[in-house]
Write a new protein. Sequence first.
Length: 557
Amino acid sequence: MTFDPRHKSRVILDGADRAAARTYFRAVGFTDEDLARPLVGVAHCWIELTPCNSNHRKLAGKVKEGIRAAGGTPIEFNTISVTDGIAMGTEGMKASLVSRETIADSVELVVRGHLLDGFVGISGCDKTIPGMVMAMARLNLPSLMLYGGSIRYGEYRGRRLTVQDVFEAIGAFNAGQIDAAELKGIECAACPGDGACGGQFTANTMATAFEMLGVSPMGFNGVPAPDPRKEEIAFETGRLAMDLLRKGVLPRRIITRKALGNAIAGVMATGGSTNAVLHLLAVAKEAGVRLTIDEFDRISRRTPLLADLKPWGAYTAPEMYEAGGMPVVARRLLDAGLLHADEPTVTGRTIGDEARAAREAPGQKVIRPLADPLARHGGLAILRGNLAPDGCVAKLAGHTERVFRGTARVFDREEDAFRAVKAGRIKAGDFIVIRWEGPKGGPGMREMLHVTGALQGAGLGGSVALMTDGRFSGATHGFMVGHVAPEAAAGGPIAAVRNGDTIVLDVNRRRLDVTLSPAEIRKRLKTVKRPKPRYAWGVMAKYARLVSSASDGAVTG
C-alpha cells in the first residue's frame, strides 16, 4: 500500500471549505506551492537561558532547508525548556521533570491541532530529549529526533572541565580546600559555548540511547554542538524526514521491546545517567510497549561497561565522538552477542548494519575493547528491599565497593541536606536520607547534584552514601541510590526512617534495607506527619495529582 505524504494536511488545507485555514497560512508567507506539499513540523526548544539549546534556531533553519530540498514544506515551532544546571539546588528544580511532560504535550498539541504530516524534534538539555521522543511515540507519525549536541570541554590549569567540576568546586570551596579565585576560574572556564553538558550526564545519555533505539540516525547526535558538521547533518535530518514520510515509516515500528533493550544496553555500556530509567520507561509507555524496571537490571548484569566517561571516568562526550562514538559501542555489543541486530532505525538500515559500519579512531582510549572492559557489568542496578519494595536505582559506575552500611542522617528537603554538608555536619559513615522529594512529594522529583557535588568536593564521596525518593543528575557519582519507590508521599517506608537507624546497601544482593522489623516500620508509618503540600494550585499541584510512581516512569498519562 502506498503511503500518502499528505495524509493529514489534505484534511486541513484542501477544498473550498478550507479557504479560511489557507488564508491564515498566506498571511505568514506560505504560497499555493507550499500548501500543496506535505507539511512537516520542526519543533525545537530554543530558550535564552542555556547553552544546551542555544543552537536550536540555527539547526532548525538547516533542517528546514533539507525538508524543502526533498519536496516538503517545513513549519517551525518551539516549546519550553527548564535548565537543570541553573535551577539545581533551588525550588526551581522542581519544574524540571514536570517540563518533560509539558514538552511532549505541547509538541503533540501543535502537530495534532494543525494536522501536520510528520515532524522533526530538535532537543538539547535533559528533559527536552525524552519529551520529543515521547511526542513521537504518542503521535505515531513519520518523525525523528535530532540532538543539538554536546558542549566542548572547558580547560583550566591543564584540566578538561565540565559543569560537574563547578558543582564539585563549590563543595571544595565550602570545605576550605580551594579559594574564591580558583572557584571563579573553574566557573568561568567550564562551559565554553553552545551545547549540552559534556559528560555522559543525562543529556548525552539520552542522546546516545536514542541512537541505539533507532529514533535518531546513528552518529548524528554524537556530533558536538560547535562542530561545523552539525549543520550538515541537520540538513540531512530534514531530507530524511521526507524519506520517512514518503515510505510511511512510523515510530511504533521502531520503538519495540527489543529496540528498547538495545537502548538500555547502550546506557549500561556507557555508564549513563540514572535518569535513563525514568525516561525509557516513559517512552515505552507512550509507545504501548510493556517495560519494567527489572529489565534494566537484567540487561545491566550481562552488559560490560566499556566507555570511560565523566562523571566517574576520564573523558568527555566530544572525545567519545572523536573515538568513533556510539557506532563503536554498538559494534562492541554486536560482537558480544548483546545487540538485537535486526531492529530497524530511521535511516532505513538496521541497528546491526549501523554497528557494522562503525569507524573506530586508531589508538583511541575512550571505548574499551570487549576483552578489557572497565567492569563486567553495566553502570546501573535496580535494588529492592524493605526501604524500596517497588524498586530504586543505584549507580555502579565509578566504584568497586559492593556494600555500604551507614548511620541514617534524615532530611525532609534537599536544602537542609546541603546546609548540613556545607556546615561540615556530615561525617564518614553517614547514610544521608532525603525524602518528600519524589514525583508527588516534591512535587517534581528534584535532582540532588547540589548535595552530591558538595559531598565529592568535600572529599566525602567514597565514605558517605545517599538515598532519596528524588533523582540524581547524570553528573552524580558515588554511593547514590535514587527513585526510591514507593516515595514518602505515597506512604513508602522511606518515611519511617529516623536519625541513627542503620541502613544497608548491598549491590550483590540488590538490596536496600533499614535494620528494622516489619512491625516497627508499620508502627512508625502510622505516626508519620505528611508535610503540607507546597503547591495548592497551578501546574505543580496538577502534576502532583496526576503523576505515577518513579518505578513506572513518573508519567502523567
